[in-house]
Design a binder for this molecule. Structure first.
Ligand SMILES: *[C@@H]1O[C@H](CO)[C@@H](O)[C@H](O)[C@H]1NC(C)=O
Ligand SMILES: *[C@@H]1O[C@H](CO)[C@@H](O)[C@H](O)[C@H]1NC(C)=O
Ligand SMILES: *[C@@H]1O[C@H](CO)[C@@H](O)[C@H](O)[C@H]1NC(C)=O
Ligand SMILES: *[C@@H]1O[C@H](CO)[C@@H](O)[C@H](O)[C@H]1NC(C)=O
Ligand SMILES: *[C@@H]1O[C@H](CO)[C@@H](O)[C@H](O)[C@H]1NC(C)=O
Length: 414
């Protein structure tokens, strides 16, 4: 064969091979940054006494900092005893987020700060909210603890947090909600959970904070869904991420199906005419029917449980300042304020039911007679925590701030 022809063929082959390799490298490896990196703990990163086995997990971005500074952090100061172990996850490619991370880690509650790359935006249809939801499913990137406790930037704590509210018999408390769908969003969200699991959804779990889940169970959840769909988790997520989805409902569905004995499940029926006689009206087509709950749940599992916090943006749509002040005022009074903020608490009834304990996103369970006993039990525990001078000083300062919401008013668009 012609020597030149042979050389030319070899050359063409070489070019083809190099191009294929370069194409592969470019599109499969270097285009999408799905990496995570975390800043080492700042000098004052402190151990958490209340829940040593849990990292509180907050996925936010720099635009959410007003909620963080104005609502979440002050409420944690008033109501979270001692040190808090919290991971804040920000957008890794965003320089504003990177700078914010440097600031946050040096301030109370001294979070570990992690950055997550944008990955392939097609997975979450370029939507920031869905991007954050995806990151909830990869907690092992951000913590080495046994559990994560998910909260939002607009979580507002409204009572002294005790271990008893979050763990019973050393199992995380889960408070699911069932009953008539709150609105079309939640009805559709149930239908998607049902499609994802190929079986009907049992509960809504965006119904309390923090949602504490074993990290290992979230990894197993991904593997389970990958097995039943024969797709990667990201490909499954991508199929639904432009529709209403609830990451917490996906998680609760999984632990209810496969790890029921490792959590302490409670179920609150959404109120229908103020009693427990719901007969399936306005149930989402994606949900099990009302007979399921009657057959499967014990009366004890239907006890209304006190919550630690409210979901501010979905609680106080109207009269925001008044609502927020009232939730915080009543919480402070019950959590020690009756003794140290006498005037501030003079219009709060000591024997009343505290709405904040039994309210979530517009649903209010105070009509259930059992709330009072639950509230008494919680505050009997809290009472034992309020004897020291440091705690009393925190409560007193809180009462003064909440009078005019001096901490929040400048920062948050109330
Ligand atoms: C970074 O985040 C800020 C605030 O959320 C946003 O306004 C800005 O567009 C982001 N920048 C990039 C490069 O994504
Ligand atoms: C918080 O943690 C620090 C360091 O681990 C410790 O010195 C301090 O006593 C803790 N604070 C409380 C209130 O327990
Ligand atoms: C409970 O609901 C049922 C059905 O809607 C109604 O007939 C009944 O009066 C209600 N009971 C109370 C105590 O509200
Ligand atoms: C409720 O669901 C069960 C199966 O889970 C079914 O057997 C039953 O017929 C359903 N009841 C109603 C009223 O739809
Ligand atoms: C709260 O506001 C009132 C007037 O609305 C003012 O007189 C008072 O000094 C303020 N208190 C604090 C602690 O800022």
């Amino acid at each position: 064969m012609n020597r030149n022809l042979t050389l030319s063929i070899l050359l063409v082959l070489l070019v083809v091979i190099i191009s294929v390799l370069a194409y592969h490298r470019y599109f499969m490896m270097t285009t999408y940054d799905d990496s995570s990196d975390c800043l080492p703990p700042s000098a004052v990163n402190l151990a958490q006494e209340l829940l040593p086995e849990v990292d509180i997990f907050l996925r936010m971005y720099s635009s959410g900092v007003n909620y963080y500074d104005g609502l979440l952090i002050p409420s944690l100061k008033y109501f979270w005893p001692g040190n808090l172990s919290i991971v804040v996850v920000l957008d890794g490619e965003n320089q504003t987020d990177r700078k914010l991370g440097e600031v946050l880690r040096k301030q109370y509650p001294f979070p570990r700060v992690c950055f997550q790359g944008p990955a392939n935006p097609k997975i979450y249809h370029g939507l920031g909210h869905q991007r954050m939801q995806r990151d909830f499913f990869y907690p092992e990137r951000f913590t080495s603890k046994k559990y994560v406790g998910f909260i939002d930037t607009d979580t507002v704590f409204v009572t002294r947090v005790t271990r008893q509210l979050l763990f019973e018999e050393e199992k995380p408390v889960v408070i699911g909600v069932y009953g008539p769908a709150a609105d079309p969003f939640w009805s559709e969200s149930s239908e998607i959970t049902a499609k994802i699991y190929k079986t009907k959804e049992v509960m809504k779990c965006m119904s309390y904070f923090p949602v504490i889940i074993k990290v290992e169970h979230i990894i197993l959840l991904r593997e389970y869904l990958e097995a039943i769909h024969a797709k990667s988790f990201d490909d499954i997520f991508k199929m639904y991420a432009y529709l209403p989805i609830s990451q917490f409902s996906w998680m609760c569905q999984y632990i209810w199906m496969f790890h029921r004995e490792e959590y302490k499940f409670y179920f609150n029926q959404r109120p229908t005419k103020g009693n427990l006689t719901w007969r399936g009206e306005n149930n989402s087509p994606g949900r099990v029917n009302h007979t399921y709950y009657n057959n499967v749940l014990t009366p004890e599992q239907r006890t209304p449980k006190p919550r630690t916090s409210i979901h501010y943006r979905y609680t106080a749509q109207w009269k925001k300042v008044e609502t927020l002040r009232r939730f915080l005022q009543i919480g402070l009074c019950f959590s020690g304020g009756f003794d140290v903020c006498v005037e501030f608490c003079s219009n709060v009834e000591k024997n009343s039911l505290q709405e904040g304990l039994f309210h979530f996103e517009g649903s209010d369970w105070r009509w259930d007679d059992r709330c009072l006993e639950e509230q008494r039990r919680h505050y009997a525990v809290v009472k034992t925590m309020y004897t020291d001078k440091t705690t009393q000083a925190i409560v007193r300062a809180g009462c003064q701030e909440v009078v005019n919401l001096t901490f929040a008013i400048k920062k948050v668009d109330l």
